[in-house]
Design a protein around this ligand. Sequence first.
Ligand code: ATP
Length: 252
Amino acid sequence: MITLENLSFEKSGKQLVQDVSANFEKGKMHLILGPNGAGKSTLIKLISGELKPSNGTVLMDEKNLHHISIKEQAKIRAVLSQNIELSFPLDVSQVVLMGRFPHYEGSPNSLDMRICEESMKLFRVDEMRDRNYLTLSGGEKQRVQFARVFAQIWQPVQGKSRLLLLDEPLTFLDVFYQYDLMDKIREFMVENPDLTVLGVVHDLNIAAKYSDTIMLLKNSKVFAKGASDDVLNEKNIYEVFGVVVENKFEIK
Ligand SMILES: Nc1ncnc2c1ncn2[C@@H]1O[C@H](COP(=O)(O)OP(=O)(O)OP(=O)(O)O)[C@@H](O)[C@H]1O
């Protein structure tokens, strides 16, 4: 679904992403891990088109991302970035409706409204629909953002596959919601097999439990990539993060 060919990004003479190549298969959850400053967010921004690579190419369904209009991209690809701040007071339902903007001209139709309702219910924010978004807690805001991005990619688009890009989506969430959200993404993927999820996480247990593949980034380069079980081993974790992992604990 997403192919990266020798992707590099340089800023102020510094290589933030160096020569990254990968193939992220459709319908799978691909998680990117690495230490602070390794280049994970920069890589997500290159894949979302927010940044233009200094070298290399991002292919989406074999088409160069930069040959797909922003409007077309927005119908099939949603991005949940770190620290989304709004500086104006919107109700929760209006924030979620922003996810439907790429799908309508003028005003939303009944389908757009129904999708927002369902997405708000899925992420348990429907009861706060009339609350001012700015007054929500960090975790509540994050769940509203989940409802917004899922509203954006809620339905299949004929002849195309959908992509969800997540940059540290679990920040601010308590442990219940971290696992709840990951379960929900997984359940949604079962019913929507054309959806590919590509995300950055920091929690090794979450990564081991939910990912199909892992990419480990270190010093702006790929250190290891492949099936989760192969990549998330003690040796790689030690070499990338400098910590010794003895026991994995799992929350069921
Ligand atoms: N616009 C910029 N100009 C200069 N340096 C930048 C810029 N954006 C990011 N960097 C630097 O590039 C490196 C990679 O940043 P990036 O945000 O991709 O890291 P990350 O792996 O996502 O880190 P974290 O886990 O801390 O979020 C960091 O050292 C960062 O300070």
